[in-house]
Design a protein around this ligand. Structure first.
Ligand code: ATP
Length: 370
């Protein structure tokens, strides 16, 4: 496939809006999904993910805006006219047909080529080649989900939409299927747009994640970029735990912005400082914070905070999670990996905290922290 034709099958949403009576579920969404990418729309319940997906599938008519696949405008095309398929959480398999016939169904209807070869290929891809003659109720949830996937992929859509497809599976199976889905996507090279409210799921699978909140995309990027450098408090909190500490910008100094944080001057890299003057939230992920006994020499150049007291200790296997009360009354979270090389700190113990400046970020103080 040439670069030009790859590009020509990219998905573009432009100012896409959906209003239900007086409520705007999706607000002027702009989105470019390159062909062949694994894209996740991540956000809490009710933020407009499914509505966006349904508009791309043609199951919902946009109030305004457009949807293009390459150069073709498909905003008002009928669902069956779009090279788009959807896998839902409910597998919607035909219970009376065996796995083979479930997968062959779409091809037979379209009288499409060598059905037997294509079905066998697809069943092999989802590793169900040996289960072809079983009926759906004889399969596990994960296997049924893979049948649904094979059935959606067999028509070779340009875009496969996945609406919380793993939501009905238990945690262990869900983790296994996440890896499986990623493998299949890489193998078939099609565009997958995956809707989920599970940040770990989105980050595990997607090349690009768009974080949605109240009908708008707050931030979009590679999982690590969103996690390490969130631009809003919503993204910082939705993608994991973060400590947000009130501060006041003092000014710039080289590659850093200096911030006064309860009388302590801390440095934030310029590219992570999303406010340059006035008040801000200094953000630091709990696993980036180092904890040390008072006077202990820890080799950490950076932002030092003295005078902490451990108020809670939770041992969670791979890590120990501390709550540390700082002199200004706020409790900070600290996650320390259990390497076995250090002793645990006790509740009530005095400790000092520190972190490397390059891990911190600074957010607009006018935003809610919860
Ligand atoms: P979930 O993860 O719970 O499915 P979501 O992010 O997918 O949530 P949507 O299903 O897109 O959210 O819904 C977005 C908002 O639009 C919700 O507040 C929902 O109540 C509203 N909504 C969705 N469909 C309709 C409809 N047909 N009529 C009125 N309001 C609707």
């Amino acid at each position: 496939m040439s670069q030009a034709s790859e590009g020509s099958r990219s998905l573009h949403l432009s100012q896409l809006t959906k209003e239900f009576a007086t409520f705007t579920a999706v607000k002027a969404l702009d989105l470019d999904v390159p062909h062949g990418s694994f894209f996740a729309l991540l956000g809490p319940s009710g933020c407009g993910k499914t509505t966006t997906l349904r508009m791309v599938a043609g199951l919902e008519t946009p109030t305004s805006g457009s949807i293009r696949l390459g150069d073709t405008d498909i905003t008002y095309a009928k669902p069956y006219q779009r090279p788009v398929n959807t896998v839902f959480q409910s597998y919607a398999l035909f219970p009376h047909l065996d796995i083979y016939e479930n997968v062959a169904f779409g091809l037979r209807r379209r009288k499409s080529g060598d059905v037997d070869r294509q079905v066998k290929e697809m069943l092999d891809l989802v590793e169900l080649g040996t289960q072809a003659r079983k009926k759906p109720p004889q399969l596990s949830g994960g296997q049924q989900q893979r049948v649904a996937l094979a059935r959606a992929l067999i028509n070779r859509p340009d875009v496969l939409l996945l609406d919380e497809p793993l939501g009905a599976l238990d945690l262990k199976l869900r983790r296994a299927m996440q890896i499986e889905l990623k493998r299949i996507q890489t193998e078939v090279g099609l565009t997958f747009v995956h809707v989920t409210h599970d940040q770990e799921e989105a980050m595990t699978m997607a090349d690009t994640v768009a974080v949605m909140n109240a009908g708008v995309i707050e931030q979009m990027g590679a999982p690590a970029e969103l996690y390490e450098n969130p631009r809003t408090t919503f993204v910082a909190n939705f993608l994991g735990q973060s400590n947000l500490i009130a501060g006041k910008v003092l000014g710039a100094e080289g590659d850093f912005v200096k911030v006064d944080m309860h009388g302590i001057t801390v440095s934030i890299p310029q590219e992570r400082a999303h406010v340059k003057t006035g008040d801000g939230w200094v953000g630091i992920r709990p696993e980036k914070v180092l904890i040390a006994a008072v006077g202990e020499d820890i080799d950490a150049p950076g932002n030092h905070l003295d005078g902490g007291v451990v108020t809670d200790v939770s041992f969670v296997g791979v890590s120990t999670q501390y709550l540390v009360r700082m002199p200004w009354g706020q409790e900070l979270q600290v996650f320390e990996q259990n390497t076995g090389r250090r002793r645990l700190f006790n509740k009530g113990e005095s400790v000092d905290l520190s972190w490397r400046p390059e891990y911190a970020f600074l957010l607009d103080a006018s935003q809610d922290v919860n």
